[in-house]
Design a protein around this ligand. Structure first.
Ligand SMILES: [Mg+2]
Length: 327
C-alpha cells in the first residue's frame, strides 16, 4: 500500500519514514504541502497520507480540504502536529483529517494509527468494488461502464482523439438458459466476458450493460481499429465451445459499433451502437456492424419500433440438430 509522508521538518519526516519502512509500505516523502497535494491529486495516488499541519506553500489543513473536494478513491489522512491546543483536533477533523497525532509520537503508535488507516482504506476499496462491479462476471457494472464512457468521451473531446463504443450481445441467450439452465447461462456470460477482455487492449474497458449485453469502450481508437478489435472479440468467442454443467455450448455474439464525436452525449452514442447491433442481429447474428451517430438520427424512427427490435431477437424457428442451438 502506498503512503505519502509530507513534513518540512527533516528529522520528523525521517522518523516517520523509518517507523513505517519495516511494515512493507511503499513510501514517498515530500517537504511541503504543495508537493503533497500534487501527488494526492495525481494518477495512482497513495491511499494513506501522513501530513504535517504546518508546512510551507500549503499547510496540512488545506491539503486535507483539497483532497476531500476532489473525486477518486478515498485517501486516509493522518495529520501530525506539534500544536497541543485541544481545539486543534476539531479543526483538523473538520478540514477532513481522519486521525490526528501529536508530536513527538512513538513509532509504535504511529504504526498502529497507520494500520487503522489501512483497515479503513481496505473497507472502502471493498465497498467501491461492490458498487462498481458486476458480481457474476467481476467486470464493471452498468453504472460504472456508463461513467467510464462519459469520462472517456470527455477525455477524447479534450485531446481530439477518436473514441469508439461497442454494444455486444450474446446471440440467443434466452435459449441457453431455457435449454441448459440458468447456472449454465451464468457460466456462458462469465466465459464470454472473460474471452472478450482477453483480446482487448489494456486501456479498453468492458462492462455489463444488462442481461446478456455488454458495452466496450475503445479510447483513442478509430473505426478501422475498433472493427478489427470487435472482429477479434467475435471470433475468439465463437472459436471454442463453452464448457458448462457438463455441456458444451456454442456461443456467438453480435456487435454494434459506433464512433463517438465530441458533440455526442452518452445516450446518443448508446442509441447508435444499439442500431448497429440491431442490424447485426437482422443480418444473421455472429457479426459486427457499424452505425455513425449522425446516421442514427435518420434511422431512429424505425428503431423506435420496439416490437420490430424484439421480433428480430426472437430465436429462429428453423429445426436444429439435437444438442445444438440455432445460432
Ligand atoms: Mg512543519
Amino acid at each position: 500500500m502506498k503512503v505519502l509522508i509530507a513534513d518540512d521538518d527533516w528529522l520528523t519526516a525521517r522518523m516517520v519514514e523509518r517507523s513505517l519502512q519495516s511494515s512493507g509500505y511503499e513510501l514517498t516523502v515530500v517537504e511541503d504541502g504543495e508537493q503533497a497535494w500534487q501527488i494526492l491529486n495525481g494518477e495512482d495516488r497513495p491511499q494513506i497520507a501522513v501530513l504535517d499541519w504546518m508546512m510551507p506553500n500549503m499547510d496540512g489543513l488545506e491539503v486535507c480540504r483539497n483532497v476531500r473536494g476532489a473525486n477518486g478513491p478515498y485517501v486516509y489522512i493522518l495529520l501530525v502536529t506539534g500544536n497541543d491546543n485541544p481545539d486543534s483536533v476539531v479543526i483538523a477533523m473538520d478540514a477532513g483529517a481522519d486521525d490526528y497525532i501529536r508530536k513527538p509520537c512513538s513509532p509504535a503508535e504511529l504504526r498502529a494509527r497507520v494500520r487503522c488507516g489501512r483497515r479503513i482504506v481496505g473497507l472502502e476499496e471493498k465497498l467501491r468494488r461492490q458498487a462498481t462491479h458486476d458480481p457474476l462476471t467481476g467486470h464493471l457494472n452498468r453504472g460504472a461502464i456508463m461513467e467510464r464512457m462519459a469520462v472517456e468521451m470527455e477525455r477524447s473531446s479534450r485531446h481530439g482523439e477518436p473514441l469508439c463504443i461497442a454494444m455486444v450481445d450474446v446471440d440467443y441467450f434466452k435459449q441457453v438458459n431455457d435449454t441448459y439452465g440458468h447456472i449454465a447461462g451464468d457460466v456462458v456470460l462469465s466465459e464470454t466476458v472473460s474471452r472478450m477482455s482477453a483480446v482487448l487492449r489494456p486501456y479498453d474497458s468492458v462492462g455489463r450493460y444488462g442481461g446478456e449485453e455488454f458495452i466496450v469502450v475503445f479510447p483513442n481508437c478509430d473505426v478501422t481499429n475498433a472493427v478489427a478489435i470487435a472482429e477479434r472479440i467475435r471470433t475468439t468467442i465463437s472459436a471454442a465451445e463453452v464448457n458448462a454443467q457438463l455441456e458444451k455450448i456454442r456461443v456467438t455474439v453480435s456487435i454494434g459499433l459506433t464512433e463517438v464525436r465530441s458533440s455526442t452525449d452518452v445516450q446518443r452514442a448508446i442509441r447508435a451502437a444499439d442500431i448497429a447491433l440491431f442490424r447485426a442481429k437482422q443480418m444473421g447474428r455472429n457479426r459486427v456492424e457499424f452505425c455513425s451517430v449522425e446516421k442514427r438520427d435518420k434511422t431512429s424512427e424505425a428503431f423506435n419500433n420496439t416490437s420490430l427490435y424484439r421480433a428480430s431477437t426472437t430465436p429462429s424457428l428453423r429445426p436444429t440438430p439435437p444438442g445444438t442451438l440455432p445460432f
